[in-house]
Every structure is written in structure tokens, then in C-alpha cells.
Design a protein around this ligand. Sequence first.
Ligand code: GDP
Length: 428
Amino acid sequence: MTDTIFALATARGKAGIAVVRVSGPLALEAARALGVTGLKSRRVAFRQLVTDGEVLDSGLVLFFEQGASFTGDTVVEFQIHGGEAVVSALLKFLGTLPGLRLAGPGEFTRRALENGMLDLTQVEALADLIDSETEAQRRQAQRVLSGAIGQRAADWRRDLIRAAALIEATIDFADEDIPVNVIPEVCAIVDQLANAFQAEIEGSHGTERIRAGFEVAIIGAPNVGKSSLLNALVGRDAAITSSVAGTTRDVIEVRMDIGGLPVTLLDTAGLRDTDDEIEKIGVDRAKERARLADLRVLLLAPGDTVAPANVDIGDIVVWGKADLAPVPQGLSSVNGFGLDRLIEEIGQRLQRRVSGSGLLIRDRQRLAIARASESMVSAQRWLYSEDPSLELAAADIRSASYALDVLVGKIGVELLLDEIFSSFCIGK
Ligand code: GDP
């Protein structure tokens, strides 16, 4: 029999309400041990929790029958008052009940996976949703959590099975007259899947950016006002999610939310020509970092002209200190002129890069689709060859199917599970 596990599902610390979740065959027993009876599946009940004849707390109790809960187990959730002592008392009591134990990190979600309530891509999306800081991240995680990848994988699998069955029929009846030539239909399916997989891989560049964030570097000559611009942008936008120390002392990083996208602004203000060998390494590294950024904002002094060699296509060029010398593309960190327009411009440019982004949100998922894609390309080679081989094309179709099973976690993921769930905390 599976263990019954329990944990605090909400964050630790004082709060209006805390949720303690119990999942497993003994969940109802645990409720009964607290004097809670008469629960109906998927109904809320207001109850007192009583231990040793004394009221521990009162609150809402929810019961989900097996198969109808998040984990797929029988689940009872206690919504109690969110005081440290209240939560500790309930957890302590549950720990004394035979057959119950504290859940490990991510164990509720792991059960949901094992019980088929979520596929692996949904588990990954759930981790992303909980970690999401911006609107674009939330929306992306939500899309995958709803099962969109699993749905697509099921459609692709159905097509692969159809292609395999057509080939099977041809091979089985090789000695007889085949009623119809199946090759064109097989080719059509394989071509269409090859395109679909390719499109997913291409779309995944945007999703990766939404997940990991964009880097936007502010570049320009010393004293042109780069640090002031960074500070002004940061001061203006209340949506800074965190401020992290730069990885080198030459780059200052600030994480912001621009138009729902996670953006790390890089200020390379520390860049200056130097003879010091060690400092030079840092400066070179910072320059390289700015060069590799997703977008550069080149800040010029009033009256400067742009040397084309200094601007990449796609860079944003702005003139600073516009409070001193107003120009149309100007901005001022002192009076704030032009800052909103710059933020909007950055947002629009980044938005363009994520538009049309696909569904794959993890390297693992991308890898699985890349395998499926390779198999389709190989199948195309066998099918379109001068000397076509249906058997070998069928083998490729089978490997593509296998890759899709790996994608949704049906097979081949045992080794991955510990790693995936280690990023979850207890209670998830
Ligand atoms: P950086 O070396 O490019 O990072 O430049 P700083 O941000 O350190 O600014 C250099 C000098 O220009 C400082 O004295 C700032 O006060 C000044 N400065 C920066 N931005 C503006 C601006 O928009 N208007 C005015 N009038 N002065 C500015």
C-alpha cells in the first residue's frame, strides 16, 4: 500500500490561512483522528480539529476522493489559521498517526505524475508557474500546464501510428497485390510531422527567452550617462523583481519586468581602457557580455553622430542628457524625458522575438522533439530514396513515437525524476 503523506502546502510563516494537505489511502482516517467526519467528496466543510479532547483549531476541510484530486490519491486538505504554532501542532499530530509521514520535496506532484493526473511536461510547467515572476512567464507555464504539449504529442502519435500501420499493411501483403499504393499517404504524414517538429524547435527559442529572460545592455562612451540611465529606468519602473550583484565588477545587472517579459539590464559603466592586465580581462569580458546581449541600447552624448561601425542592426540608439540639449530621440535621466518611450521600444523589440513562440519550455523537451525530428528526416530519406525502404522508414517512425513518449514522460524518464523533483520544495 502506498504511504499516506502530509505537508504544509502553503509558505511557512504567519499568514491568514495555511493549507495542510494529506494524500494517500489513510487521509480520511487522519481526518477522523482529528474528530472530522461527515466529509463529502469535493465539498467544503467547516469543522473543529480536536486532539486529546482539546480544540487544536477550526477551519475548512476539503475532501477529494481517489482519482478526483491533484495527486490522484484520496486527499484531505485542512485550511487552518496560518500561525506557526497552529501549523506545527497539526503537523506534529499527523506525524504521530501510524502509516503517515511527512512528504518529501515535490512528492505530491510526483504522485500526480505517477497516478497519471499530470504528464511530465505539465510537472515541468507547474515548477515554472511557481517560479514565474512575469506575465509572459505565467502565461507560458499556464499553457503547458493545461496539457497543450501532451495534447499535441497525442495527435502526432496518432499520425505516426497511422503511417506505421500503412507500412505494416504493405509489408504484410508484399507478395500479393496491394489494393492501393500507400506510399504517398505515408510520405504526406511524414512530411507534415517533419515540418511540425521543426516548427516546434524553432518556436522554442522564444520560450527559452521567456523562461530565462532577455539581456539588454546599455553601452556607450564613459560619462555619457549609462549608470544614470540604468538607475532612472529602475527608479521609474516599480516592477523590478530582484537586484543581483554583477557577475563581474564591470557589469551591473538589474532584473526588471518590461511589458511582462523578464529582462536583465546590463550596465557596462565600469568599462574603461586600462593597462592593468587583470582589469583588462574583466573589461574584455564585460564587452563580450554586452556584445552577446539580446539587445543593446547605445547611449550617445548630445550632438554625437553614430559611427555605423559601432551599431549593430537592431541596436537602439538614443541621445542622453536631453535636458541640456533637446533632440527628438533624446532622453534625460535627470527629468525623465523619453524614458517611457525607451522602455516601450525595448518591450516591443523583445516582444517581436517571442511572438510565435512555441510550447517547448525545457531543454529536455526540445531534445525529445529534436530526436523525433531527426527520425522524420531519416524516414524521408528512406521513403524518397531511389531504392525506398519501407522497413527502415518504419523503424524511424517507431523511434519518433518513442521520442514522443519520452517527451510526456511515459518512458525513459526514471533517472530524470529525482532531478526534476529536487527543484520542488516540500508541500508541492
Ligand atoms: P557613465 O559613465 O556612462 O555611466 O555615466 P554616468 O551615469 O556616471 O554619468 C556621467 C555624468 O553625467 C554624471 O555627472 C551624471 O550626473 C551626468 N548625467 C547622466 N545622465 C544625465 C542626464 O540625463 N542629464 C544631465 N544633465 N546629466 C546627466
